[in-house]
Write a protein that binds this ligand. Structure first.
Ligand code: SF4
Length: 388
């Protein structure tokens, strides 16, 4: 049976508050029966409070509505995020006063409060699930949708995958992209000549000589849009721009969420995506640029895979606003999802949901329920009035 995803469009028929996204969030929370499900639960609201002067993640108006619903239902809410973002959260409007509940660093101020889960994957032996996350008994996963330099986009899955792990695991997840070999020195007979040429071929400084291992190359996957310029100058067989490296991070995200969600009983989580002000990169970057896609709306479900798939499918119906893309980026590829077009062919956002489904986190088959459909506005015909 398909998973239900409740959806409120960002569009309005009428100029009324009840047709705006915070009001539609209320309707989604009702459909998910949040109030009825949280009595006496210790409810973590996992969100990203952003960084520095970023202002495009979840506005406090939205978060406050979730907090109020949890309180109405007799639950004990708190917001959790990584420590350096929590430390300056009040600068961006997030405080106990504005949200109505405390904000905690998920793994403690020094990221030393975690539970270790053994599960080997490439360079990761164990997953350090943040203590405040594992101690909670109910999860509200509330994510802002935007682009992401490693897996093309970030939303519900990435919000948990990175935000519920202690720092060491987050670092290892990023490093998983380097686990599979992509530089083959035996096929580069003249590194003193070739390495500077390869580095110079990349307009994004994505491939550089490895500082720790001179004579070899290091690929910054986040900056790489897989344009292939470097492959044209690299000696044959010396360099690979390979999907296995890019997809390692996506698979690591799925495993990470699987470890976090294993600490919650079945039915003790909801997942919400807010797809507005979608910027090219994630909210960790500490600033907000122009939106590169039109606002789509808000999605909620018990199924993290379904909510992610529905969000991606809705965004796929839109087009990149190319004039809003920063000049430091380029769109050289026009196939598939808009986020894939922006970040390159090997950063297909749908891979993340494929891995999440593979690891049993939910289903990509969903039924979309529009909780406040647009209505046709009938306008009275204007009578013709002569200027004379
Ligand atoms: S594929 Fe393009 S973006 Fe990536 S490292 Fe090579 S030149 Fe740079």
């Amino acid at each position: 049976m398909p998973s239900k995803v409740y959806f409120g469009t960002a569009r309005q028929s009428l100029l009324e508050a009840k047709e705006t996204l915070p009001a539609k969030l209320d309707l989604i929370l009702e459909q998910l029966h949040l109030r009825e499900r949280v009595k006496d639960e210790r409810v973590v609201i996992k969100m990203h409070t952003a960084n520095n002067i970023g202002y495009s993640t979840l506005h406090p108006v939205f978060v406050r509505k979730v907090v109020q619903a949890v309180k109405d239902g007799g639950g004990k809410p708190f917001v959790a995020d990584v420590p350096w973002d929590v430390a300056g959260a009040e600068m961006r409007g997030y405080s106990a006063e504005s949200l109505g509940c405390p904000i905690y660093p998920a793994a403690g101020p020094d990221e030393k409060y975690y539970y270790e889960h053994q599960r080997p994957y490439k360079n990761i032996q164990s997953w350090k699930v943040a203590g405040f996350i594992q101690d909670a008994t109910f999860m509200v996963n509330f994510a802002h949708v935007k682009g992401h330099p490693s897996n093309g986009f970030g939303a519900a899955i990435k919000n948990l995958a990175l935000g519920c792990m202690a720092g060491e695991t987050r670092g290892r997840m990023h490093d998983s992209m380097h686990f599979d070999q992509y530089w083959f020195p035996e096929n580069c007979p003249d590194p003193a000549t070739s390495i500077p040429q390869i580095a110079a071929s990349c307009p994004f400084q994505a491939i550089v000589e490895d500082k720790k291992a001179p004579g070899t190359m290091h690929l910054h996957m986040e900056q790489c849009n897989q344009c292939g310029r470097c492959l044209k100058v690299a000696p044959q067989g010396s360099l690979k721009i390979d999907k296995v490296n890019f997809e390692s991070f996506m698979e690591a995200c799925a495993i990470s969420v699987s470890e976090t969600m294993s600490t919650f009983q079945l039915g003790k989580a909801i997942h919400i995506n807010l797809a507005t002000q979608m910027t090219p990169l994630c909210d960790c970057f500490g600033f907000t640029g122009m939106a590169i896609l039109p606002d789509v709306g808000i999605f909620g479900s018990d199924d993290i895979v379904a909510v992610e798939q529905a969000t991606l499918d809705a965004i796929a119906q839109t087009k990149l606003i190319e004039e809003n893309i920063p000049l430091a980026m380029e769109v050289h590829f026009r196939e598939g999802h808009p986020f894939r077009q922006l970040h390159g062919p090997l950063k297909d956002p749908y891979k993340t949901t494929e891995y999440a489904e593979k690891y049993g986190l939910g289903s990509r088959i969903y039924e979309l329920v529009d909780i406040y459909p647009l209505v046709k506005v009938e306008r009275a015909a204007l009578p013709y009035t002569s200027a004379n």
